[in-house]
Design a protein around this ligand. Sequence first.
Ligand SMILES: NC(=O)c1ccc[n+]([C@@H]2O[C@H](COP(=O)([O-])OP(=O)(O)OC[C@H]3O[C@@H](n4cnc5c(N)ncnc54)[C@H](O)[C@@H]3O)[C@@H](O)[C@H]2O)c1
Ligand SMILES: N[C@@H](CCC=O)C(=O)O
Length: 543
Amino acid sequence: MPKGVYNVPFPENEPVLAYGPGSAEKASLKKAIEEARAKQADIPMYIGSEEIRTGKKLPLNPPHDHQHVLGYFHEGDSSHVQQAIDAALGAKEAWAELSWEHRASIFLKAADLIAGPYRARINAATMLGQSKNAFQAEIDSACELIDFLRFNAHYMTEIYQDQPESSPGVWNRLEYRPLEGFVFAITPFNFTAIAGNLPASAALMGNTVVWKPAYTQIYSAQVIMEVFREAGLPDGVINLIYVDGPVAGDVVFNHPDFAGLHFTGSTGVFRHLWKTIGQNIDKYKTYPRIVGETGGKDFIVAHKSANAKEVATAIVRGSFEFQGQKCSAASRVYVPGNLWDDVKKYIQEDLKDIKMGGTEDFSNFVNAVIDEKAFDKIAGYIDYAKNNDMSEIIAGGGCDKSKGYFIEPTVVVTKDPQSKTICEEIFGPVVTVYVYQEERFEETLELVNSTSPYALTGSIISKDRYAIELASKKLVNAAGNFYINDKPTGAVVGQQPFGGGRASGTNDKAGSALNLLRWVSPRTVKETFIPPTDYRYPFLQEG
Ligand SMILES: NC(=O)c1ccc[n+]([C@@H]2O[C@H](COP(=O)([O-])OP(=O)(O)OC[C@H]3O[C@@H](n4cnc5c(N)ncnc54)[C@H](O)[C@@H]3O)[C@@H](O)[C@H]2O)c1
Ligand SMILES: N[C@@H](CCC=O)C(=O)O
């Protein structure tokens, strides 16, 4: 069969649709939402060639309307985890052998399906199941997922093209083999794109995968799986199971063929999984790859030279988009005294204007937090701030879970730079501000660097270039994604590779070649054209 050295289509970021009044995309999204609300989905697990319905059905509800039932998913148990591992191992050889261009084609087709016929459906599923407004759903479940799929196919070819030098008479080659075993992808509730990318990136590199999403993301996970199947993903390459985390972990982390963990979620869970893998290390055939992107306590530092309106806008968008449930969300802010009155005024004006409610009404900027457990935890932090002498709530503070899990965008101002709300990850629409004396900028940078164990995202807002350089240096390890004069959220695949250090993760940068490299185990091949036939060095010969 003729072969060539192929180039995948060069990736470009998927344009973000605006969903403006009267637009075709708005009409089709509204229709998809209505259709989804009108029926009850019956969502199976996907293991090998089978759709598994266990009969143990758990409901899926919109967080902003928790009495409405979108459908049910079938929960599995440890036997389904074993079945999924068997399916992954059974599919492994054929998938690893398949030429890379065919693996790329499947995921490129998946990207086109999401960009086209599935766009409204996957966005509607994310809006209803995870309570994201239309814009937040569009940048996540459509654009970011499409970008992950297209850019990763391109990065895969860059990796394959990275080949060693060869000396005369020798040809050296690197084969980027998939890992020996299966990969376990564990995904969080908050990004549909991350849920799709964690299994897909490992599969693209030739691995087979067991994928366990968060229960609160299953409604959109099913659409992802439908897309992968329609794109031609062979049975068993990605096996989607709905099993309680510890139950799944107990089977996976005791399996000799466990070869890699691709995790995104909280720091506590990741540390627990890492320890378990460490304790079981003697059981595995290979050293498992461990990739985990985890929690954050992301900061904005404003310098005295900053524009107060720009600072306020960065706080409002960075802290409250998707209810602050982005790992990148700004949740601690350091504002100089000379700017505070203006920044406070602008934030209060914006928050008076912002509407909160269900995602079906496109004029709502803020929607509900994901579930009752998250609601109670976030409300607990707000209660703490209300009862703490050193803290004052200057906006928001209201919580109501009667119809949906609604928490007002809340701004806490604290006089204690080590207060609970400025140190701990809250993962909700609560931001804490510390007002510092403007001449103490350098000391404040030390404070920013040392206050939190996390190091995911952060930003400096300043018109003074010396201050920007100082912050960039002092905060060099305080964030894996550092922003200058911008909010710390909204990284774009191919533009700002995403991930953090310290307690925020292994910083393998999702949506980049650095991440894909974790899913291969290279083999070096040296071929000698004319092998020697004499063992002796020249100097051993007489004369
Ligand atoms: N750094 C990043 O790129 C990034 C991106 C998104 C989210 N996050 C983080 O994710 C968290 C929010 O997501 P979440 O609430 O879904 O996180 P989570 O840690 O509660 O859950 C993540 C996943 O782990 C599973 N899980 C929980 N306990 C488990 C166990 N013992 N064994 C196996 N699996 C287990 C869950 O079921 C879910 O699928 C936040 O901390 C946020 O900062 C980080
Ligand atoms: N990549 C996203 C955050 C993903 C975490 O939840 C951002 O940059 O805002």
